[in-house]
Write a protein that binds this ligand. Structure first.
Ligand SMILES: [Zn+2]
Length: 338
């Protein structure tokens, strides 16, 4: 009953019977249709995929664009951030510079004030005031510091004009503060005050008040046992006058006691500042007759001969200092005898 519409013959190589496979038309049709259906399905899928690809492209375009824009935005944000950081840094620098400048100006003004105070102290001596103990100590510290009392101004002077100009220039600055204003006002005030005091000083100097400030004559009675000058390996900064313990010691000029105390080798010591440039020093005392800050006149008893400090016998060690530097007291002692 089966119709063999198609016959496939398989011939093996070499010996052996060829084999025959019979396929009916119906089976053959089924195979053909199946292949056709599979091919159709594949084609449909292909079309579907192609369509999907087109769709994807359509969607991907804007996303890519968006992505590029985001990238650019990020880049500009980064540079903006760097810019802000830079501004912050430069602002911080500016503030730091300003702070330093303020500190410096403040210390300049403070120094000026201190010089002015010393100047006033100097004037008080000239005018014959009694000094407070603090003022007297301060004066001595300055004299030691500078070893120079050049018209009471001392040391390095601020050039007020330059200083003010500097301050004015600063006031143009965007970072100007009220402190600047205060500093300018203070500097001006100080300058005026000092000029005023300079006039006063000139007046007092003209009145020959300073003559009283020049050491003259003997500080005590006795025998000179050592002159000013080289002695042994060292240098003798004064003149030694020997006498019994308790012999009165006198101030050799008008002035103010700037020191009273024990100083190692010098023992009990008194220092008197005579204003302008002269200082006299009295050492190895047994007792004091004055206090720091006391106003003394030439001839006033300031202490008594002793043997304190490094001393081989009762005597007075007497020094005359000019601008803080010991000089030979002889010419000053002999002045009286002129
Ligand atoms: Zn001596």
């Amino acid at each position: 009953m089966i119709r063999h519409d198609h016959t496939f013959v398989i011939v093996p190589e070499g010996a052996g019977e060829p084999r025959r496979i019979f396929v009916s038309k119906k089976i053959m049709n089924i195979i053909l249709y199946t292949v056709l259906i599979l091919l159709s399905a594949g084609f449909v899928r292909l079309v579907f995929y192609a369509n999907e690809l087109v769709q994807l492209r359509r969607v991907a375009g804007p996303i890519q664009q968006e992505n590029r824009e985001l990238h650019d935005r990020t880049r500009s944000l980064i540079s903006e951030r760097d810019g802000i950081q830079y501004s912050k840094d430069s602002l911080l620098n500016e503030v730091e510079t300003e702070r330093t400048a303020h500190a410096r100006r403040l210390s300049e003004v403070t120094d000026e004030l201190e010089r002015l105070e010393n100047f006033v102290t100097d004037l008080k001596i000239l005018a014959g005031y009694k000094l407070s103990k603090t003022d007297a100590q301060k004066l001595r510290a300055t004299e030691i510091d500078q070893g120079d009392d050049n018209g009471g101004q001392g040391g390095v002077d601020i050039e007020p004009e330059a200083y003010l100009e500097g301050l004015m220039a600063r006031s143009q600055d965007s970072l100007k503060t009220t402190i600047d204003g205060e500093a300018i006002a203070l500097a001006k005030q100080l300058r005026n005050k000092r000029n005023e005091l300079k006039d006063l000083r000139n007046f007092l100097e003209k009145k020959a008040t300073l003559l009283e400030g020049c050491p003259m004559g003997w500080a005590t009675s006795g025998v000179v046992t050592s002159e000013f000058g080289p002695r042994g390996r060292g240098f003798h900064a004064g003149i030694d006058i020997a006498n019994v313990i308790g012999t009165p010691v006198y101030a050799t000029a008008d002035g103010v006691v700037t020191f009273k105390g024990y100083v190692g080798a010098m023992g009990k010591e008194v220092e008197i500042s005579h204003g302008k440039k002269f200082t006299t020093v009295y050492g190895h005392l047994s007792r004091y007759a004055v206090e720091t800050g006391d106003r003394v006149e030439r001839g006033d008893v300031i202490g008594y001969i002793g043997n304190t400090g490094r001393s081989t016998g009762p005597h007075l060690h007497y020094e005359v200092r000019v601008n803080g530097v010991p000089v030979n007291p002889r010419p000053y002692i002999e002045k009286e005898e002129e």
